[in-house]
Write a protein that binds this ligand. Structure first.
Ligand code: FEO
Length: 395
């Protein structure tokens, strides 16, 4: 059922309480999610985005219970990824000539995914407008790589609503929709997780786009995202958070990541944590066994950290595959302005530290000396090296 957002604007999406993963299994979902679509009924009737294909029948039935589909004058596709465009084939089967407004890359993405070059595409660029009657208009703002090349936002004048699509969203199911109803701890945790795991690689572009949007001086009363809450209480707070997160964000936190075969590397991880806590009580220190930690929650901890220490024993001239998988993901996310240290135990060959150092350097970290490399089980003197390593990480 539709829910009122403001005046003649309603939400008509899907609250997805059951969803546990996204992008295949690449993003873990802790508290459900939503696919938010919007219906504007001014002199013109406008649909902004749709939902994921598995929910398309339910979505179209909901739409039909509110309006005659033939009354839809325009469909705005802010982003072609199928969690927002998945209901288009079923919808356009019923209203095939309805104009679709999207970016040039949006056309490519929709044709590539749905194979309907005959749909009535209308390409828009930043600053283009669409009159929707009653003195109101839509203004389009291209948002390339936030987070796909085709992404854009749509601003509605007079009601001052920014339909931001993925930007400023979170995977968080909130039935009451608005940010002032949501559990604030979960909301901000999920907003940061979304940024760290999806938008962080594009932080330079995010910072530039935020400056551009703020520079437009458009009054913003509501930010209507495509996932999670709709920001109506202090809506600019999330924009300011994005500006902060986009600039090599770090808190006074150091996170130690490791896996261990027979607990030698684990002993080193715990020794480094103890030394950090003793040397700098104000620093938040976290220890994560990567084989037992959700990788997306772990990436959020790295995002918050000013430094990390990564440990693995050497196994078959390599590092453990759990640690290797995390390092691959860390590289993808393009963290900047953070230090790292490496440590690990070995039995006979001991290549682990070198591999860790190379991978972290490739991923953009400043890898400090010393490292801790222990043959078999650590002795007292090995554990003492943890202090030297902690001192360097804290500098
Ligand atoms: Fe929510 Fe990029 O799709």
């Amino acid at each position: 059922m539709k829910k009122l957002i403001k005046n003649n604007v309603h939400w008509i999406g899907k609250i997805d309480w059951e969803l546990t993963e996204f992008h295949g299994s690449d993003f873990s979902i802790n508290h459900g999610s939503s696919q938010n679509a919007y219906l504007i009924q001014e002199e013109k009737t406008v649909l902004i985005d749709t939902v994921w294909e598995p929910h398309s029948n339910e979505f179209i039935e909901n739409l039909k219970s509110e309006i005659d589909l033939k009354k839809i004058d325009y469909i705005i596709v802010n982003h072609g990824e199928i969690d927002h465009s998945g209901a288009l084939p079923a919808l356009l089967a019923e209203i095939p000539d309805t104009p679709i407004y999207c970016t040039k890359n949006g056309v490519k993405s929709l044709i590539g995914q749905f194979h309907h070059p005959e749909w009535n595409y209308n390409v828009v660029k930043t600053g283009d407008t669409l009159d929707i009657g009653n003195g109101k208009k839509l203004i389009f703002v291209e948002m390339p790589m936030l987070h796909w090349p085709d992404s854009m936002a749509t601003y509605m004048t007079e009601d001052n609503i920014l339909f931001s699509n993925d930007a400023f969203g979170q995977h968080f199911a909130v039935g009451e929709l608005f940010n002032d109803y949501a559990d604030q701890c979960i909301l901000w945790e999920q907003a940061m997780k979304y940024y760290a795991n999806i938008l962080n690689p594009f932080s330079t572009l995010v910072a530039r786009k935020i400056d551009e949007v703020v520079g437009l001086n458009l009054p913003i009363d509501i930010i209507a995202t495509s996932h999670g809450v709709i920001w109506r209480e202090d809506p600019l707070k999330i924009i300011h958070k994005y500006a902060e997160w986009a600039k090599e964000y770090k808190e006074d936190q150091i996170t130690i990541l490791y896996d261990s075969m027979w607990n030698s590397t684990q002993k080193l991880a715990h020794a480094i944590a103890s030394e950090l806590q003793e040397l700098s009580p104000a620093t938040r220190v976290k220890v994560l066994n990567v084989a037992k930690t959700d990788k997306n929650d772990g990436m959020t901890e790295i995002f918050r950290s000013r430094a990390i220490a990564v440990g693995s024993p050497t196994i078959s001239n390599e590092i453990m595959n759990s640690v290797a998988g995390w390092l691959h993901f860390i590289k993808d996310l393009k963290f900047r302005g953070k230090k790292a240290a490496v440590f690990g135990a070995y039995g006979w060959s001991g290549e682990g530290n070198k591999i860790l150092r190379g991978a972290l350097t490739d991923a953009g970290f400043e890898v400090v000396e010393p490292e801790i490399k222990v043959n078999w089980n650590p002795e007292e003197e090995d554990l003492l090296k943890a202090r030297e390593l902690a001192v360097e990480l804290l500098k």
